[in-house]
Design a binder for this molecule. Structure first.
Ligand code: UD1
Ligand code: CA
Length: 581
């Protein structure tokens, strides 16, 4: 964004505390022109637009689409005051998500790509929620909010916008908040054509096989745009016209302001139509042009949840295609869902059934999926994630996750570490080269380097009131089916015997054995289950053992084995941890 305009307008605005109940938002109190009440919003630096988030996926090319041909855009006005009744939702229509971002975000991101001096959104229904979203957004440039308290039509909505912008000169673009697939490049082409032809108004049009519901573009005998006639007001001849108004326009600011003041609501809808600006301009003898949109899907709006899903699919196809062209192998575009702000490095493979959601970035040479969901995750190069659900996790380079792992916020896997099957990890770090391969819950834990956590290990981090931390050092070994009762530290090089419930710290190099001693009752089955298949099998084994020992082979262990002095069954206490993994 350029910095040459009124300072106050650079900041995110909140809804004016005091606005005109019947009409356009107005400036309040002693605020300077161009600002409306900023409420509690802190002034802040306008964000630069390097990086992809703002311009993508609406920008086919990297960086700004703005060219000299586009010229200086005074303002882009995004209309978003309508109710969206057909969504049948408590959520305002423009907050419904597409590729992880609200519809209005997509509309604003496309407009922001043009680097206009002002970005204005007109809100009405659900304005508090929409304003809250805009105020909290960190990936949009500052947006000026105008309130349209009652929806008296698209022309009236534009007048509300102009009431908060202060004096404008130059080109003003108008788009809709519920039209999410419009590309910045299309807006740029519209502005460039508008400028090149010295038009007063330029309409973005689309050719429709079924134009029902749209405003029709009526041309004079010379082929010049004469007016736009709404479906409701059109005669049979006009209804047959297939060229429709997309609802996106470039206006000369002065012409727009003048014509909005002359709108009437004497029409079928009883509204002030923005489309009437076209007829007013031509009857004033001004030049009106039209630019056809390259792909009509760009100007499709969302009115119900069927259209929401259709456009979501279309946007996803674009995002997948862009990833593929950037060197990502996507095996099944139909079942791969990418959110708008996701980044993926080259030579990464995405297997079917994978969703990469908002805030996720994946390095290069990774393998993700099948059937994996990553939400706000960071994945380093050459990592692999198989059939897993991960949110807010950082997966280091060459780390492996899954199958069937659940990584929760704060899970950090350092380079080359492993989290395996049926393991849940929360707010925990697995150090470089360490492994939690099977069936574990690890919470609020820091694991050092090259440590092995045996199958079925549980960190007992919660006493019902508070959570406590666990620390396991470097080169440590926790035997299978152990419980580490936090707060606890298992120091470097320490071992924990399988099946232990560890309640006190284990010093460096110490072995903790914390389990019931084994007591074996000799011949119990033979006596107490006499005649059973178990007893028969036992008897056979004993007889075979007797025979073998008579032959000099090792006997089966059926002698009365009591508990040996080391507290174990005679097996080494530490060798019962993890399977080799
Ligand atoms: C409008 C156009 C029509 C065009 C179509 C393209 C007019 C009169 N008609 O018709 O020529 O073919 O878009 O989709 O402009 N809005 C407000 N305040 C209002 C009314 C509308 O903010 O008072 C916003 C809505 O939230 C919506 C957009 O403007 O985002 C379009 O409004 P909508 O009522 O859907 O216009 P259409 O009847 O579809
Ligand atoms: Ca509409």
């Amino acid at each position: 964004m350029s910095l040459d305009t009124e300072g106050a307008t650079r900041f995110k605005a909140s809804i004016p505390a005091d606005y005109d109940r019947t009409g356009a938002a107005r400036r309040v109190g002693s605020l300077t022109p161009g600002s409306i009440s900023h409420g509690p919003t802190e002034p802040r630096e306008p964000r630069s637009q390097e990086g992809s988030a703002v311009s993508l996926p609406h920008d086919e090319t990297a960086g700004s689409t703005k060219t000299d041909a586009t010229g200086d855009i005074a303002a882009v006005i995004v209309l978003a005051a309508g109710q969206g009744t057909r969504m049948k939702s408590r959520l305002p229509k423009v907050l419904h998500l597409l590729a992880g971002k609200p519809l209005v975000w997509h509309a604003l991101a496309a407009a922001a790509g043009l680097d206009p001096r002002l970005l204005v959104v007109v809100l009405g229904h659900g304005r508090d929620d929409v304003a809250a979203f805009l105020t909290a957004s960190t990936d949009l440039p500052p947006v000026l909010i105008a309130i349209q308290e009652e929806q008296h039509g698209t022309g009236h909505a534009c007048a509300c916008a102009l009431a908060v912008t202060g004096q404008l000169t130059g080109t003003v673009l108008v788009t809709y908040g519920d039209v999410p697939l419009l590309n910045t490049s299309t807006l740029a082409a519209l502005a460039a054509d508008h400028r090149a032809n010295g038009n007063a108004v330029t309409v973005l049009t689309a050719s429709m096989t079924d134009p029902a519901g749209y405003g029709r573009v009526v041309r004079d005998p010379a082929g010049q745009v004469a007016e736009i006639v709404e479906q409701k007001d059109a005669n049979a001849e006009q209804r047959a016209i297939r060229e429709v108004n997309s609802g996106v326009y470039a206006f000369d600011a002065g012409v727009l302001i003048d014509a909005l003041g002359r709108l009437s609501s004497a029409n079928a809808a009883g509204e002030q139509y923005l489309t009437d600006v076209v007829g007013i301009a031509t009857s004033d003898g001004r030049r009106v042009g039209a630019v056809e949109v390259p792909d009509p899907v760009e100007t499709e709006g969302v009115n119900d949840r069927v259209q929401l899903a259709e456009l979501a699919k279309e946007l996803n196809a674009r995002l997948v295609r862009r990833a593929q062209l950037a060197g990502v192998t996507v095996h099944d575009p139909a079942t791969t869902w990418l959110h708008a702000d996701v980044t993926i490095g080259p030579d990464t493979e995405i297997l079917p059934g994978t969703q990469l959601q908002a805030g996720t970035s994946v390095g290069s040479g990774c393998s993700i999926g099948p059937d994996t969901t990553l939400i706000a995750c960071t994945v380093g190069d050459e990592a692999s994630v198989v059939r897993s659900h991960c949110q807010g996790a950082t997966i280091g380079a060459k780390a492996t996750v899954g199958p069937f792992s659940y990584l929760r916020p704060g899970a950090v896997l350092d380079e080359g570490s492993k989290v395996g099957a049926f393991v849940e990890l929360k707010n925990s770090t697995v150090g470089a080269g360490s492994k939690v391969p099977h069936l574990s819950y690890v919470g609020d834990t820091t694991i050092g380097r090259r440590t092995n956590i045996g199958a079925g290990t549980i960190t007992a981090n919660y006493d019902g009131d508070h959570k406590f931390p666990t620390v396991v050092g470097d080169h440590a070994f926790v035997g299978s089916n152990s419980t580490l009762v936090a707060p606890i530290t298992v120091h470097d090089g320490a071992y924990v015997a399988a099946g232990s419930t560890v309640t006190t710290d284990v010093g460096p190099g110490d072995l903790a054995v914390a389990r019931g001693r084994q007591h074996t009752v000799d011949g119990w089955t033979l006596r107490r289950r006499s005649g059973s298949p178990s007893a028969t099998a036992a008897q056979a084994a004993r007889s075979a053992g007797d025979q073998a020992s008579a032959d000099g082979a090792p006997a089966a262990p059926h002698t009365n084995e009591t508990v040996p002095p080391n507290g174990s069954t005679g097996k080494p206490a530490t060798a019962q941890g993890d399977q080799p993994a």
